[in-house]
Design a protein around this ligand. Structure first.
Ligand SMILES: Nc1ncnc2c1ncn2[C@@H]1O[C@H](COP(=O)(O)OP(=O)(O)O)[C@@H](O)[C@H]1O
Ligand SMILES: [Mg+2]
Length: 251
């Protein structure tokens, strides 16, 4: 495994009095793809949201434990806007803003004070290229993002995240609303992006985790049951619960 960029230690999350995560400890290697799998409600999204403090936005949600991103404690007193710039997020349902393709990607950089037109253009084009979308939209940058197909919208959301120049990309079931061809494009894109970024992806699709994730973490009822190389976890799991899940006995 590569050098770890994130170290989570004893992370517990509560919604009101209900505990959703019970002491999760895991290290995320940089420039790789980590898949989070497990049945619905096991805490995958909750854990993902801890990594860029999105749980702050949920009333009655309390996070305990430690998450260190390159020596910096994420759960402590840090600049959350800067954290979210470093740790970008892509959601299940593509959620482009109701504005032009260009403005969607330029949104983050503008918020961070970049006004120069040439500079913005450079950032937008580079992000669209990295998201494998540029060739499809280069003549339509002024058109509404809402006119794009679902798969294109999702790649636009990835471009929007990339324009903030992140280190880590969190993806919460990024292909579950997409058709197989669009899904394949996103998977291919992730394999390309991991050369530069660290990707942590929640997926319901076990085949997807097997195809693209370097390592996979299996969550069950708020516990991390097993975490390791994807190939091992899927073909020779250490824990009976993992075996039952990856062989489709429940979930
Ligand atoms: N905003 C919320 N308020 C209260 N409970 C929540 C909230 N979000 C998630 N939960 C609960 O936390 C647990 C884990 O949910 P979640 O992280 O969404 O699981 P997963 O992504 O694996 O499906 C579930 O029991 C869920 O009902
Ligand atoms: Mg979820």
């Amino acid at each position: 495994m590569n050098h770890s960029i994130i170290q989570a230690k004893d992370v517990c999350v509560f919604y009101n009095d209900k505990q959703a995560l019970h002491g999760i400890s895991m290290e995320i290697p940089e420039q790789s793809i980590t898949a989070l799998i497990g049945p619905s409600g096991c805490g995958k999204s909750t854990f993902l949201r801890c990594l860029n403090r999105m749980n702050d936005l949920i009333a009655n949600c309390r996070v305990e434990g430690s998450i260190v991103l390159e020596e910096e404690e994420v759960t402590g007193k840090i600049d959350v806007n800067l954290l979210r710039k470093r740790v970008g997020m892509v959601f299940q349902k593509p959620n482009p803003f109701p504005m032009s393709i260009f403005d969607n990607v330029a949104y983050g950089p503008r918020t961070h004070g970049i006004r120069n037109k040439a500079e913005l253009e450079k950032i937008v084009i580079e992000a669209l290229k990295q998201a494998s979308l540029y060739d499809e939209v280069k003549d339509d940058l002024k058109k509404s993002a809402l006119g794009l197909s679902g798969g294109q919208q999702q790649r636009l959301c990835i471009a929007r995240a990339l324009a903030a120049d992140p280190q880590v990309l969190l993806m919460d079931e990024p292909t579950s609303a997409l058709d197989p061809i669009s899904t394949a494009k996103i998977e291919e894109l992730c394999l390309e992006l991991k050369k530069r970024y660290t990707i942590i992806m929640v997926t319901h699709n076990l085949q997807q985790a097997m195809r693209i994730a370097d390592q996979t973490a299996f969550f069950y009822q708020g516990d991390l049951i097993e975490y390791g190389e994807s190939k091992t976890l899927f073909t020779n799991p250490a824990h009976p619960k993992t075996r039952d899940y990856v062989t489709g006995r429940f979930g």
